[in-house]
Design a protein around this ligand. Structure first.
Ligand SMILES: [Zn+2]
Length: 390
């Protein structure tokens, strides 16, 4: 690793992930030639068709000038770059970090919901890595959750959704699809670490929820990106930070061992950076707060699964504490808007309760003492969707 610059280091890491995921080094321009990923992003994020060739062309140019990793996925690159450059533009309002460049970032091929800031070593600037599964994951979960908010007013112009805890409870009670799909996602994470095989078919009237769900996913993802950027701008990876060593294939790098106070700070600054960027894009403040909150709740759920599944060693502060902290800190600036979060608290605790019941059933009928590796997704799905109305 001696003599490497950060970009070369990023390329090494991306290469190793690519080889471990696909078994080979792939050419993104060819791999996505059929445009499936672009179509997805176009549909969800309004990427323009005209942008497609333009995007690949500009990425190739940037690659030939050695400013972008040659293993970067062009579509994910655009997605994350747009968010990060917005964050970089407004950061001085919230953080005193003059002279810092935009952070170096990259997407690695791994189908999990995960993002992390990493250091090649103490002499190099940190790099933010996003796992490629993160965008799809955000959409999967918000697609399900938005169904728990009943439609209140519907005309040509505007759709509003009921946010009152009681109405949400009623909605979950009346639509078992929500708890089945939620359980499907959570169990898929538990068994496989990803949501690749989850059923993604939607019930009727899905188009009514699409806008809401996309905005929620957007807020979720912007917050995750902003949290990692906050670590960078706040200088959390300085020489004194406690670091661990991570190995991917033949590459080793330093990894921030999170300090609880730093996590709380990154959450708070991350939220402050997320809100104005999305308000500029005309996303409703309640949806923005909801998206931030959903991201934190999902982290909490993934953490509970991990603690049950493994040794229970916590690297981040318990996500429940993070939820309380962020609520307390935001209280000062936006107390009027925060009541929306009560709805999400009810939603998640209700769904978690229902998940636990179905998960016990899966444990008794499918696992029945066998190692998890022997269980197929089909068997799990059969129990989850047994009496589902889909
Ligand atoms: Zn963090």
């Amino acid at each position: 690793m001696v003599g490497m610059n950060p970009l070369e280091f990023l390329e090494e890491v991306q290469r190793e992930y690519m080889v471990s995921t696909f078994g080979e080094v792939i050419n993104y321009d060819e791999m996505y030639f059929d445009g499936r990923l672009f179509d997805f992003l176009q549909q969800e994020y309004n990427f323009k068709y005209e942008d497609r060739d333009e995007l690949i062309k500009s990425l190739r140019e940037m690659r030939s000038e050695h400013v972008i990793s040659r293993y970067e996925n062009p579509y994910y690159y655009k997605f994350f770059r747009d968010i990060i450059s917005n964050i970089h533009r407004i950061k001085d309002t919230f953080i005193d970090c003059h002279g810092l460049n935009m952070p170096l970032f990259g997407t690695v091929e791994f189908d999990m919901f995960y993002a992390q800031i990493r250091c090649p070593n103490s002499d190099m600037p940190p790099i933010i890595l996003f796992y490629s599964g993160i965008i799809q994951f955000a959409h999967n979960i918000t697609n399900v959750l938005t169904k728990a908010f009943p439609i209140q007013v519907l005309d040509e112009e505007k759709i509003t959704f009921g946010m009152e805890p009681e109405k949400i409870k009623e909605c979950i009670n009346n639509n078992k699809w929500i708890e089945k799909r939620f359980t499907d996602i959570v169990l898929s994470i538990f068994f496989y670490g990803n949501v690749d095989m989850c059923d993604v078919s939607q019930p009727v009237n899905d188009y009514l929820y699409r806008q809401f769900s996309n905005a929620l996913a957007d807020s979720f993802l912007t917050f995750i990106v902003a949290h990692e950027c906050a670590h960078y701008y706040l200088g959390h990876l300085g020489k004194d930070a406690i670091k661990g060593i991570v190995t991917v294939g033949k590459v080793q790098y330093e990894n921030l061992v999170p300090d609880w106070e730093q996590e709380f700070d990154a959450d708070y600054i991350g939220a402050l950076l997320t809100i104005p960027i999305l308000i500029e894009r005309k996303i409703d403040i309640q949806v923005i707060l909801g998206g931030i909150y959903v991201a934190m709740w999902m982290l909490s759920i993934i953490e509970s699964l991990r603690i049950e599944g493994e040794s229970g060693k916590a690297t981040h502060p318990p996500a429940k504490d993070r939820l309380l902290q962020i609520k307390r800190k935001l209280q000062k600036t936006m107390q009027n808007e925060l009541h929306v979060l009560e709805g999400y608290d009810i939603l998640f605790s209700d769904l978690w309760e229902r998940f636990s019941i179905i998960a016990k059933d899966v444990e008794g009928r499918v696992l029945a003492g066998r190692p998890a590796a022997e269980v197929t997704y089909e068997q799990i799905k059969k129990v989850i969707y047994d009496e589902a109305e889909i």
